[in-house]
Design a protein around this ligand. Structure first.
Ligand code: ATP
Length: 220
């Protein structure tokens, strides 16, 4: 993957973690916050860090925010500042603006004023925790899109399939889900053939309809 230019506005707990993770993966990140202390703290870690009020469109122009492919607006509690910043970024032509919102109503408003994507970290973390508690064999799940009921999920292999070939397990026939990958320790078997044997400590990455994935997750 090439190097993308990211800016993160709001360096609270969420924004700081987004910015540092992108930078650690080799991307150039500009961090922005009006709080001087937060900016000074993060300055040695990021490519660039600036103290400014992001609701001031002239200040956004001065840091050449238009040259960034993606800007993350991680301002949570001051919703007015979040909206004003988002509108300015879209007016200035930033291609992708991703905002953080605490509530569904705020998510809808941010999308209405031009945000390309809105994340709701508390809701997403809450749903993920609940799913992990309900389905302890499910390790990860990614929805394929907001408007589809299909997901990719990673599971520990249910005990009932241990030592069977994929053909014998007939997971595709019984559940309508495809096994994309078998993970065995550090090894990955991508597009496993029908004679691949599932072992007790394997994990599988599967693709399927959510209701079929839920049925699969109830096995053990
Ligand atoms: P956390 O990510 O810690 O959960 P939060 O959702 O509570 O944060 P805030 O603390 O309200 O969000 O905002 C995150 C950061 O955004 C803060 O560090 C704050 O200083 C910064 N911030 C708020 N308004 C502006 C603004 N207009 N310009 C620049 N930074 C701002």
């Amino acid at each position: 993957m090439g190097k993308y230019e990211f800016a993160v506005i709001g360096l609270g707990r969420f924004g700081r973690n987004v910015a540092i993770t992108l930078e650690q993966h080799g991307h150039n990140v500009l961090g922005i916050d009006e709080n001087e202390e937060l900016v000074q703290e993060i300055a040695p870690i990021l490519s660039q860090a600036v103290i400014m009020d992001a609701t001031n469109i002239e200040a956004l122009k001065a840091v050449d925010i238009m040259s960034f492919d993606t800007v993350i607006v991680a301002i949570g509690s001051n919703f007015e500042a979040n909206i004003m910043t988002t509108v300015s970024l879209k007016e200035l032509g930033v291609p992708r603006v991703i905002c953080k919102a605490p509530t569904a109503r705020q998510e809808a408003i941010l999308l209405r004023v031009g945000a390309d994507n809105v994340v709701r970290p508390e809701r997403e973390a809450g749903v993920r925790l609940a799913e992990a508690l309900i389905n302890p064999t499910m390790l990860e799940r990614f929805a394929l899109g907001a408007d589809t009921d299909y997901s990719i999920a990673e599971f520990s292999v249910p005990n009932c399939f241990a030592n069977q070939t994929l053909a014998q397990s007939d997971i595709r026939g019984r559940f309508g889900i495809s096994i994309l990958v078998i993970k065995r320790g550090e090894n990955v078997i991508v597009n496993p053939p029908p004679d691949a044997i599932l072992q007790t400590n394997d994990a599988v990455v599967i693709l399927g309809h959510d209701k079929d994935i839920n049925a699969f997750s109830e096995l053990n």
